[in-house]
Design a protein around this ligand. Structure first.
Ligand SMILES: Cc1cc2nc3c(=O)[nH]c(=O)nc-3n(C[C@H](O)[C@H](O)[C@H](O)COP(=O)(O)OP(=O)(O)OC[C@H]3O[C@@H](n4cnc5c(N)ncnc54)[C@H](O)[C@@H]3O)c2cc1C
Length: 385
């Protein structure tokens, strides 16, 4: 066999986690190579809303990680010149129980020094004119959230990382074996002091035993994108409504959440069956990204369900007035998540770290998590640990 090609770091996967690891490593002056099995990354990282959404992380360590991540994201977005908008977010409440949960959440957030605000219908109308105001009881405004275009960022970051930071990319090159410091990618042997496996929900192919024991589950989400809306029609903030309150871990301390969850289960059990809640973001081209649903493991089929789309669009219409909305594309994405942990960092062999299971928060957390993992390893452990 040929002599292996040597790097300081090999990253498996050019989704957002792999790219964030490559960025954090290359910034330290390390020689980094990234392997992506497909000719371009087309996993969860290009299939999401592009919401950088700290408000979706529970107060405490995860919220702090999300904010750290956002700060790095903003530096990278500015340096690489990608479209992004510091939109902030609104959670909209049309029912008494939803408004009560928002009040409880706002109080807890203010007690922790967070910059949230409860708004009435008039203030929402000024900030987000496309929001339906009839029946709107309250809304929670958070100024932190940022919208990116995931397709643009994930396609463009490799070029920027290569040009600005000397990262080497090998697309169309699956890693089929890791035996540190060696790995086989395509037909070529490589060697790296550290190997960072960020292969999304496909990690079990490389480490079947480890992943089987990890407790990770796979989740499928259905999504839609609208036709582009021309200027000046913009939705402004990223939007969520009452269903999201029962979905997002951030609201779990609110005493009134149980009653809201019970009411939704009673009124509309089909929403729970498919884990439906509705978020909407608008990218720089004016398109709305609309979703989503959550189906797990054995329930996952290759075929998308028209009824899920109908329920999502029906619910969207309760809070957004989008003129002549037309769905221009539909797709689904999958990710791995853990039932109790926000992400998993596994150590299958010395010098190898698997970073996965970041679920529905991978865009938000990517750079903060990569920063934490890389500095946790390089600033503390010598190579080979
Ligand atoms: C529909 C949807 C909406 C979402 N919305 C949001 C959102 O708005 N905000 C948010 O924070 N998060 C969101 N998420 C979650 C987020 O998209 C994911 O957590 C994140 O993209 C995971 O990134 P990743 O790099 O781990 O995985 P992926 O993007 O799946 O990347 C893994 C890459 O590894 C490659 N690969 C796999 N095996 C190998 C191998 N052996 N060799 C080489 N390459 C390999 C794959 O081809 C793939 O490109 C959403 C997810 C979905 C599905």
């Amino acid at each position: 066999m040929n002599q292996p090609v040597r790097f300081d770091d090999a990253v498996v996967g050019a989704g957002i986690l792999g790219l964030a690891h490559a960025e954090r490593l290359a910034r330290r002056g390390r020689r980094v190579i990234v392997f992506e099995r497909d000719s371009r990354a087309s996993g969860a990282s290009i299939r999401n809303f592009g919401m950088l959404w700290p408000i979706g992380q529970p107060l405490g360590g995860l919220r702090a990680l999300a904010k750290r991540s956002l700060a790095i994201w903003l530096d990278v977005l500015a340096a690489a010149g990608f479209w992004h908008e510091r939109t902030g977010s609104l959670h909209l409440a049309y029912r008494d129980d939803e408004a009560q949960v928002l009040r409880e959440f706002a109080q807890e957030s203010l007690d922790h020094g967070e910059r949230v605000e409860l708004l009435g219908a008039g203030a929402v109308g000024r900030r987000a004119p496309a929001v339906r105001l009839e029946g709107l009881q309250a809304a929670l405004w958070s100024p932190e959230e940022v919208c990116v275009d995931p397709r643009e960022v994930v396609a463009g970051l490799p070029r920027w990382l290569a040009e600005e930071h000397g990262v080497v990319f090998r697309f169309g090159t699956p890693v089929t074996r890791i035996d540190p410091p060696a790995l086989i990618a395509g037909t070529t042997p490589y060697a790296a002091e550290r190997i960072w496996v960020c292969s999304g929900d496909e990690t079990r192919l490389l480490f079947p035993d480890l992943l089987q024991r990890s407790g990770l589950v796979r989740c499928k989400l259905q999504m839609m994108r609208s036709q582009p809306y021309g200027d000046p029609w913009r939705i402004g903030p990223l939007l969520a409504a009452g269903l999201t309150l029962r979905h997002s871990a951030s609201f779990r301390n609110c005493p009134s959440l149980a009653a809201l969850t019970e009411r939704v289960a009673r009124e509309s059990p089909w929403l729970d069956r498919y884990g439906i809640h509705v978020l909407v973001a608008q990218n720089g081209r004016g398109e709305l990204s609309i979703g989503d649903s959550h189906e797990f493991d054995e329930a996952i089929e290759p075929f998308d369900k028209a009824e899920i789309e109908e329920w999502i669009l029906g619910y969207l219409g309760t809070f957004l007035t989008a003129p002549a909305l037309r769905i221009a594309s539909r797709w689904h994405g999958t990710y791995a998540k853990h039932p109790t942990e926000p992400f998993l960092i596994l150590r299958p062999a010395p010098g190898v770290r698997v970073v996965t299971g970041v679920g529905g928060a991978g865009m938000t957390l990517a750079f903060g998590l990569a920063d934490q993992v890389v500095s946790g390893e390089l600033d503390v452990l010598p190579a080979g640990m």
